[in-house]
Write a protein of this length. Structure first.
Length: 591
């Protein structure tokens, strides 16, 4: 009876993940995408409340962003004390454990198939809350993306899903996090695919969309259906504003390039002690907090005031410039701050300032300051992240106004081109990865291979067999009609040979002994008989075709046997993968 339940459990454990191994497992991934969104939405709610509750208690003004209402001394000491605490925490962690945010999620996708640990999520939660509560120039969106990706990845790991499915779940978590943070499900989907995954697939859209929708429903149940910003009705008054919009696009593109350059330049100090770097970042934050307190925290209250035209030109200009410089310097030095929120802040304030200038130049035709602030937000987001489509979708969802599409497309694409082509800057996240000595591969071939598990193409017609066996044992083995024989050695599988070669050998020996009236040899050595033997190496059941191809290159093996842990010290082999199988699969899919 126990044996029956053991076999049944093993079949279920194997069969369930196998349903996710290919690119066609949409129904299963759709259900998991929905579950990922619900989990991420709940996690983001807890994260957001962990930020808002202490700030509502600490800050004397109304709401959780009124850092301006603090006295000068507190404004100066709060970020410095926070930097000291964060520095001490990061100092006790290893270099790997200090990595947080969207760049870390991209690293785990590119180098570790999307596997993210619970420890990483806990660290991100702590430093994400601390940076905002202590008034650093930070946002909550980067930590939210990390947390959404981490918990979605952990769900896939717990279910022992193939790596290609875990990668999709990570994208679901990213989309759900952006959707929950801004109440913008469409831009969450595009952000996950354009910024994090850097690929668009039909199979990926469905689960990611469901994740974004379910996360938005969770947050709307608590915070309502309104987007993150209170945006009045906006429209472009005249086509005569087009030249000025292009001028703003150039200014925003230059500002974005400067921001990325400053972050990259500070990366040269990465070899210095993290405690020293973070404390210096805190010291740099002090004058910004004292002189321009709007730079403290997330700053969405300032963004809302800008959109509604409540701030003057010099305040907008100084707040935008200070936010750009202080965020770039502190993040570059190692402060674990999110840059998505500050990017929107910079775009809104600089766009609003340019809108006021435009109103002075063409007073009879200029649109409202809020119109230019929203265009600036989209332009800065598109340029810094090099994600024009995600920025455009965010602009549309935040304004809920189709009239902003035309000028939005113009300013976003222009500013993105200025940053990338005129100044040669890549996405900020790719720049951060490069400063860490990492690259992000996104070629079509690599993307195609990452979407499929080895379990989807492996040949299951195999039989594990001992190297030395009798003729009778050999004939009995061939009755099962396997295609491949995995030859066992003293330390596991040592070679692979076609079953037909053993059958041919037995047939030849039978003819020889029949002609000479001799008995067939009692013992057969499978490593000595004439056969097309192949060197083999292991690959895990959850591995993608990309990992299998890397295994071929590093081991110089001629075949891989797909194995999986079914019990302590026990590995079960499920199939065989040849390099030609991977090449044939890709050629078939491409054609």
């Amino acid at each position: 009876m126990n044996k029956f339940w053991h076999q049944l459990g093993e079949k279920l454990i194997t069969a369930f993940p196998r349903r996710f191994s290919g690119v066609d497992s949409l129904p299963q991934l759709a259900v998991l995408g929905l579950l990922s969104g619900l989990i991420t939405g709940a996690v983001i709610l807890i994260f957001r409340l962990a930020i808002e509750w202490p700030l509502e208690y600490i800050l004397p003004g109304e709401g959780s962003e009124a850092f301006e209402s603090l006295d000068i001394l507190t404004r100066g000491l709060l970020p410095l004390a926070g930097a000291l605490g964060l520095g001490l925490l990061l100092h006790r962690l290893t270099t790997h454990d200090r990595k947080v945010g969207v760049a870390h999620v991209m690293e785990r996708l590119n180098y570790h198939q999307g596997y993210i640990t619970m420890k990483s999520a806990v660290i991100q939660f702590i430093v994400g809350v601390t940076t905002v509560v202590t008034g650093q120039s930070a946002g909550r969106e980067g930590p939210a993306v990390h947390l959404g990706a981490a918990f979605s990845s952990l769900m896939g790991q717990w279910m022992r899903l193939p790596n290609n499915s875990i990668r999709t779940l990570v994208a679901c978590g990213c989309a759900a996090a952006i959707s929950a943070s801004f109440n913008t499900p469409i831009s969450g989907v595009i952000f996950a695919m354009e910024v994090v995954m850097m690929e668009y697939t039909i199979a990926g859209f469905t689960p990611i969309i469901l994740a974004a929708v379910s996360a938005a429903i969770v947050t709307q149940a608590v915070y309502g259906s309104e987007p993150a910003f209170s945006v009045p009705a906006l429209t472009m008054n005249s086509l005569l504003e087009i030249p000025w919009i292009l001028v703003i696009a150039i200014v925003i593109g230059i500002a974005a390039a400067l921001f990325i350059y400053l972050v990259d330049s500070m990366g040269r100090f990465n070899d210095r002690p993290v405690l020293l770097r973070v404390i210096i970042a805190g010291v740099l934050m002090v004058p910004a907090a004292v002189l321009v307190p709007e730079t403290m925290g997330i700053g969405y209250d300032t963004v809302n005031e800008t959109i509604n035209g409540e701030l003057g030109f010099w305040l907008l200009l100084s707040a935008g410039a200070a936010k750009l410089v202080i965020t770039a310097l502190t993040v570059g030095l190692g402060m674990p701050s999110s840059i998505i929120g500050p990017t929107l802040f910079m775009g809104a304030t600089l766009g609003g300032a340019m809108g006021l200038i435009g109103a002075g130049i063409i007073p009879g035709h200029a649109s409202s300051v809020g119109f230019y602030a929203m265009l600036g937000m989209g332009a800065m987001m598109g340029a810094v992240l090099q994600a024009p489509l995600a920025a455009l979708m965010a602009l549309m969802e935040l304004t809920r106004n189709p009239h902003i599409i035309l000028p939005g497309m113009l300013i976003i694409t222009t500013s993105t081109l200025i940053t990338s082509e005129a100044f040669g800057q890549k996405s900020l996240f790719l720049t951060v990865l490069k400063s860490q000595g990492l690259s992000y591969q996104s070629s079509p071939v690599i993307q195609a291979l990452r979407r499929v598990s080895v379990a989807a193409i492996m040949d299951k017609s195999i039989l594990r067999i001992e190297r030395h066996l009798t003729t009778e044992e050999a004939r009995k083995a061939l009755k099962a009609e396997p295609k491949w024989l995995v030859v066992e050695g003293s330390n596991g599988p040592t070679a692979l040979l076609p079953a037909v070669d053993l059958a041919r050998y037995l047939e030849d020996q039978g003819e020889v002994t029949a002609g000479k009236d001799e008995e067939q040899p009692k013992s057969i050595d499978l490593m000595e008989i004439p056969a097309n033997r192949r060197d083999i190496a292991p690959v895990q059941y959850q591995a993608t075709l990309e990992e299998a191809l890397q295994e071929f290159e590093t081991t110089s093996a001629e075949a891989l046997y797909v194995q999986r842990h079914v019990a302590p010290m026990i590995q079960r082999i499920y199939g065989i993968v040849l390099k030609s199988d991977i090449e044939s699969y890709y050629q078939y899919r491409r054609s």
